[in-house]
Design a protein. Structure first.
Length: 413
């Protein structure tokens, strides 16, 4: 089946989705969650094939970690679907109401966007997360994953479509593009009239290709060159623990810390303590001259390192002489995802929050919390690093649009 045919089928579900109740959507979501847990063995078997193919293709540890599914991760995916079911429906809300002197009543309400396309890479959890959020917000979804996860995605999508059917929903509310060639992605980018919105989730190259080539409106989700600034007043033990978590708890995710910025007044004490923790995970540190003076055995940094999302046990270090210099460095090199400051100075914390130009900015906490579930949104569709329509973790609200309803009794202008 061609991508265009999938688009036609998705469009055919819109009248049903625009009129279905919240209770019905929740019932379908619970059926999907139950189906995922009940078919975990089948999904894991399909995932084993993808993992074996990935190893043979030379995928790195970070990508293999993103790709891997086990019972615990599938349970987490199913729990995320249930959390979405428990959320308040984002559609049908009145956000504006105005009655004219002539009696005309004007209401602005939230409505589904329509048909959403998702292009993503080797993360099969996105298949269920995106489908659940789109279904709850009344949108049909066309999923196009990478070849690395095709068997996992087929298994997950088959379970979800079966659950939809059992709940009385059209199966075509959720569809998978099984052709993982570049041509299928290119076709999705030009499916105006069938796709109302396209969301890329993946590495920098994928996102750039979609943003540059798509004629369908795009919500840009960004790669994560996330920074942590260790201020001169920081609690060093706290800083070491936060950085250890943000860098090593899971290296393959976009909210992992990739770059450290450390005040020169504290670097001789702070960096050895941070390095001691990172050494536990054999993390390579690349630092500037002053960082290497504090820890002579770390590697020299290159300017390109300051722009790099490693997705590996590697981290860069920049030494600065002031808060303002730290803010300037981060804003120049960041991808606009998540940044943190470790400080005991409340004025510095507030200045950092005010001036850092990223979607999520932290004080004395790990960047690993930038996530739809952690932010109370349920499963997320992605982390938007753009500024129009949606920014940060995207949940149900960001998957709706608005329209005006006007009630009259014969008024003319």
């Amino acid at each position: 089946m061609t991508v265009k045919e999938l688009g036609k089928r998705a469009k055919g579900t819109q009248i049903f989705l625009s009129s279905v109740t919240s209770q019905d959507k929740n019932r379908a979501l619970i059926a999907i969650a139950d189906g995922l847990t009940e078919n975990a063995g089948k999904i894991i078997e399909a995932n084993k094939t993808d993992l074996e193919n990935g190893k043979n293709a030379g995928l790195g540890d970070g990508l293999l970690d993103r790709l891997m599914l086990n019972e615990e991760r599938i349970k987490g995916i199913a729990d995320g679907v249930r959390e979405v079911a428990a959320l308040e429906d984002a559609c049908g809300k009145t956000v504006y109401e105005y009655k004219k002197d002539n009696g005309l009543l004007i209401k602005k309400i939230t409505v589904p966007i329509g048909v959403i396309g998702i292009i993503f890479e080797a993360r099969p959890n996105v298949t269920a997360d995106a489908a659940a959020l789109c279904l709850k917000s009344g949108n049909a979804v066309i999923l196009r994953g990478g070849k690395e996860a095709i068997n996992s995605n087929k298994a997950i999508c088959e379970v979800m479509r079966g659950a939809l059917k059992s709940a009385g929903f059209p199966e075509d509310c959720i569809q998978l593009v099984e052709n993982t060639s570049r041509e299928s992605a290119n076709e999705m980018m030009t499916m105006n009239g069938y796709l109302d919105c396209l969301i890329p989730r993946g590495g920098k190259g994928l996102i750039k290709a979609v943003v540059s080539n798509s004629t369908v409106p795009v919500i840009e989700t960004g790669s994560g060159n996330c920074h942590i600034f260790v201020d001169e007043s920081a609690d060093i033990n706290m800083a070491a623990e936060i950085i250890f978590n943000a860098k090593t708890q899971r290296i393959s995710v976009c909210n992992a810390c990739e770059s450290l910025v450390i005040h020169s007044k504290i670097i001789n004490e702070a960096l050895p303590a941070i390095k001691a923790r990172l050494d536990e995970k054999n993390t390579e540190i690349r630092g500037d001259e002053r960082a290497r003076a504090a820890c002579p055995d770390i590697k020299p940094v290159d300017e390109t390192d300051f722009y790099t999302e490693y997705l590996d046990y590697i981290i860069s270090v920049k030494t600065v002489d002031s808060l303002e210099e730290a803010i300037e460095h981060i804003n120049e090199h960041s991808t606009g995802h998540s940044e943190a400051i470790v400080t005991r100075n409340s004025a510095n914390a507030e200045r950092f929050l005010q001036c850092i130009d990223s979607s999520s900015v932290y004080v004395n906490a790990s960047t690993r919390f930038t996530d739809g579930g952690e932010f109370g949104l349920g499963a997320e569709i992605g982390i938007s690093t753009q500024k129009l329509h949606a920014r940060g973790p995207m949940g149900l609200e960001q998957l709706t649009s608005t329209k005006y309803l006007i009630y009259g009794d014969g008024q003319i202008r």
